[in-house]
Design a protein around this ligand. Structure first.
Ligand SMILES: [Zn+2]
Length: 460
């Protein structure tokens, strides 16, 4: 028997609306008990977590692990180490690999590789269409049989509405949610940043908000006629949030997710750090007191290029409002690693995407909890019950008998993010040198410690 006792922490389990100081006993990979003054078995390891928050292992349902085919950018081994450092015990990997995960053999390959090399649970999303080409449906039934937890063409977007309707009908038959990267190709064309003041000033081609909203609206209509569970990925604009809010009020099975970069940054970042800190950056929690020690970056820094792009301060506020009022009930990273040589080109030519697993929780704590928009339990819910409700992974709670996936958080620690310390194979983060408040200090998967911030914890 292997036992681990987490002693004296503040246990927050949103699934059970539990929030109290208690011990957590993990035995043989399962949660054995959560209550005060547990007497652990004699051979149990005991970790003092007083003053810290103990919660169900966090879930990130939008991660690019880049295998197969793009292991120069990321691997299952390195990507899951980054997940563990960020406090995540489960991730869902996206199928836009090379080749795409559009058949059962590809799903089996990921499962086998993850079994050997991953330090956190890896769930697989399959493709909606063959080769993510948007032309012909992937074998959705056999993907389900192979164990995918959702389907998505992420990175791409099915443009043919009739094909998307059939995808939703099949997915519904197999009880699979459909995750959609919302992008109208004709409207977006070759836009590289948010279409607005800064794109005009900088002379970069704009990616208009309507390019996202058009597909969000399409998805709402199709969710209504098919009854399928449709989930809009990485939402970035005011009207996307408004559309989802109104549709959910009408009882339509639609949901949305938000990424920390969309609710922290704005398009002013592409004009360089000076412009950002003097304008939209002033309102970010904790940066006011930093004076001259704020991080700097040049204009046209490609580590701020992602898809969809970061938008205006109004859009950022709308995403935060959507998270605060429950319109958006899931936070994810869209961890999208790229090699340095790929990003070190002109802004127009750089690939879209940034890493995010290790900055996701602190930025969420800063912008939501520390900024006073949400209580801590509600922030944790966006990483636990939120994704669990959509994907039904049988994760995201500390109920007795549940898998012993646990994250211990120090919500108040001040620290600075350094890309050199990242476990990801790629370092394309916009948050180099950023002041952070709060982080995971201990990540436990199936009762085993997979990440531990050495300074914060004492074994007794
Ligand atoms: Zn995407």
């Amino acid at each position: 028997m292997s036992s681990l006792l987490l002693a004296g922490g503040r246990v927050i389990d949103p699934a059970q609306q539990f929030d109290a100081v208690a011990d957590v006993l993990l035995v043989d990979g399962k949660v054995s008990a959560v209550r005060q003054n547990i007497t652990a078995p004699a051979d149990a390891e005991r970790i003092d977590v007083s003053g810290l928050v103990v919660c169900p292992g966090l879930i990130d349902l939008h991660v690019h692990l880049r295998e197969p085919g793009q292991s120069a950018k990321e691997t299952i081994a390195a990507g899951t180490r980054a997940a563990a450092r960020g406090g995540f015990t489960s991730v869902v990997c996206m199928p836009n690999t090379s080749p795409a995960i559009d058949n059962s053999a590809a799903v089996a390959l990921i499962h086998e590789k993850a079994e050997r090399e991953a330090c956190v649970n890896v769930f697989v999303a399959g493709a909606i269409t063959k080769a993510i080409a948007g032309e012909e449906l992937a074998p959705i039934g056999s993907l389900k049989q192979a164990g995918v937890v959702a389907i998505t063409d992420d990175g791409h977007c099915v443009q043919n509405n009739e094909l998307m309707r059939r995808a939703l009908e099949y997915a519904n038959m197999f009880d699979l949610p459909v995750l959609d990267h919302c992008q109208d190709y004709a409207l977006v064309s070759d836009g590289v940043m948010h279409e607005g003041y800064w794109s005009t000033l900088l002379g970069l081609r704009g990616w208009p908000s309507a390019g996202e909203e058009m597909i969000v609206a399409r998805n709402i209509l199709l969710a209504e006629i098919t009854g399928a569970r449709v989930h809009c990925q990485h939402l970035s604009s005011v009207r996307s949030v408004e559309l989802i809010r109104a549709a959910r009020q009408r009882g339509i099975s639609i949901s949305g997710e938000a990424c920390p970069h969309h609710f922290t940054l704005t398009d002013a970042v592409i004009a360089g750090s000076d412009r950002f800190w003097r304008s939209d950056g002033r309102d970010i929690f904790g940066v006011k007191d930093r004076g001259d020690s704020l991080p700097t970056w040049p204009n046209f820094d490609t580590n701020f290029k992602m898809n969809p792009p970061v938008r205006s301060a109004r859009d950022r506020e709308a995403i935060l409002d959507g998270l605060a009022d429950g319109t958006l009930d899931i936070i994810c990273s869209d961890h999208a690693p790229h090699c340095d040589y790929e990003k070190e080109v002109e802004f127009d030519y750089a690939p879209f995407g940034i890493t995010g697993l290790e900055t996701e929780l602190p930025l969420s704590l800063m912008q939501l909890y520390h900024a006073g928009r949400l209580p801590l339990a509600d922030v944790i819910a966006k990483f636990t019950v939120g994704p669990e409700r959509l994907l039904r992974l049988e994760k995201g709670t500390l109920k007795t008998g549940a898998d012993a996936d646990v994250t211990v958080i120090d919500p108040d620690v001040d620290w600075e993010f350094r890309r050199q310390e990242s476990a990801s194979k790629s370092k394309n983060t916009p948050f180099e040198g950023w002041p952070m408040k709060g982080r995971a200090v201990l990540t436990i998967v199936a009762g085993k410690v997979v990440w531990r911030e050495q300074t914060a914890l004492v074994t007794v």
